[in-house]
Design a protein around this ligand. Structure first.
Ligand code: PHB
Length: 382
């Protein structure tokens, strides 16, 4: 995404991708695009297939106590919604655009280390084609994920880390079966949280809360379907089953590193913040980061005005913490707390969900955050 934005600004960039081409186009990751993310893809000329194949949703269901309650995004946010379109599809469209524009994009190019970020000529060492190479540049954008190497290049003490580990994870599956609902279902149940999502009219994405460190071996397909059925149970509703074509366990974690920049290095996305997946914010936050970064770089290169670039971290962190708040709010409202021995927490959660489903103000808070804030310091304009 950053590469595309820079291409459009006429700024040369080189993208180093550790994995191979096929891997990044097939890897199933996030799938919910906020209104602003979908709009941006359109604006930068890579939204055509998304408009054709993406599924636009105008609400989600909150399910608890065996009943469903719809949160109507369009009505609560002045017509806004989300688009369900797989991250790997976005990646395919961006790679195609990059290739067409002639920008450099190296696959199987593994960054090894970053150097000189306090100088005007930082560099990256990377392995490509069996050789170690060095790339000198004006600026390094650290978009290399939570386990990337760029953060390590910062001097000790340069970053302040904020972290929360949760005592539970998500077990996710992708199944070749039509979704059992037109919209996403976030389900609270005494046995734990469950989520019904989708990737297309033929592919259903489902998740269930499991213990942190759970072993996939302990979850044969039958057990997963039975558990999903128990949690989603609602009169008159049936969960369709089909072949499971992917199974994973994802950690649930919160992480923020501050500031998001140092010298000539600017960190973006999972390299600098992780949100729990309950609000579907990870991809959208990463896109929001690089949008700010691209505009700031364009200004600096074109006019020499470095003020927006100097403010990059502050600008992004306001949004990051707003989304961190929303994601932790959703997470704590919907997940079974493993230490909730007498069920007190579960009852408070149930009351909280009832409040969200009966108060227009509370429902609007959820809807505005879910479809995406226009600006981090504002609600969604009506
Ligand atoms: C997904 O479809 O993968 C998905 C949807 C909503 C979430 C998280 C993941 O909150």
């Amino acid at each position: 995404m950053l590469g595309r934005l820079l291409d459009l600004h006429g700024i040369e960039s080189v993208i180093l991708e550790a994995r191979d081409h096929a891997y990044v186009e097939q890897r199933v990751r996030a799938g919910v695009l906020e209104q602003g993310t979908a709009d941006l893809l359109g604006e930068i000329g890579v939204g055509e297939r998304m408009r054709r194949e993406g599924l636009v949703h105008h609400g989600v269901e909150l399910r608890f106590g065996g009943r469903g309650h719809r949160i109507a995004f369009d009505e609560l946010t002045g017509g806004r919604g989300i688009t369900v379109y797989g991250q790997q599809e976005v990646v395919k469209d961006l790679i195609a655009a990059r290739r067409e524009a002639g920008g450099e994009l190296l696959f199987e190019a593994e960054a090894v280390s970053a150097h000189g970020i306090d100088s005007e000529r930082p560099s990256l060492r990377f392995r490509h084609g069996g050789r170690e190479r060095e790339l000198r540049c004006d600026v390094i954008a650290a978009c290399d994920g939570f386990h990337g190497v760029c953060r390590d290049a910062l001097p000790p003490g340069a970053l302040r880390l904020y972290e929360r580990d949760y005592a539970f994870g998500w077990l996710g599956i992708l199944a070749r079966v039509a979704p059992s609902s037109d919209e996403l279902i976030y389900c609270h149940h005494d046995r734990g949280f469950a989520l019904h999502s989708m990737r297309s009219p033929e592919l259903t994405r489902l998740y269930l809360q499991c213990d942190a460190g759970e072993d996939l071996e302990a979850w044969p397909d039958e057990r997963i379907w039975d558990e999903l059925e128990l949690r989603f149970a609602r009169e008159g509703w049936e969960l369709g089953r089909g072949p499971i074509i992917e199974k994973l366990i994802a950690p649930v974690r919160s992480f923020v590193a501050e500031p998001m920049q140092h010298g000539r290095m600017f960190l973006a996305g999972d390299a600098v913040h992780i949100v729990p997946p309950t609000g579907a914010k990870g991809l959208n936050l990463a896109v929001a980061d690089v949008r700010v970064l691209a505009d700031a770089l364009a200004r600096w290169f074109a006019t020499g005005d470095g003020a927006p670039l100097a403010a990059y971290s502050d600008t992004c962190l306001r949004r990051v913490w707003r989304k961190q708040y929303f994601s932790s709010w959703m997470t704590s409202m919907l997940h079974r707390q493993p230490d909730d021995r007498d069920g007190f927490q579960a009852r408070v959660q149930r009351a909280q969900l009832e409040n969200v489903c009966s108060s227009r103000a509370a429902a609007t808070m959820l809807a505005e955050n879910y479809v995406g804030l226009e600006r981090p310091d504002q609600g969604t304009p009506a």
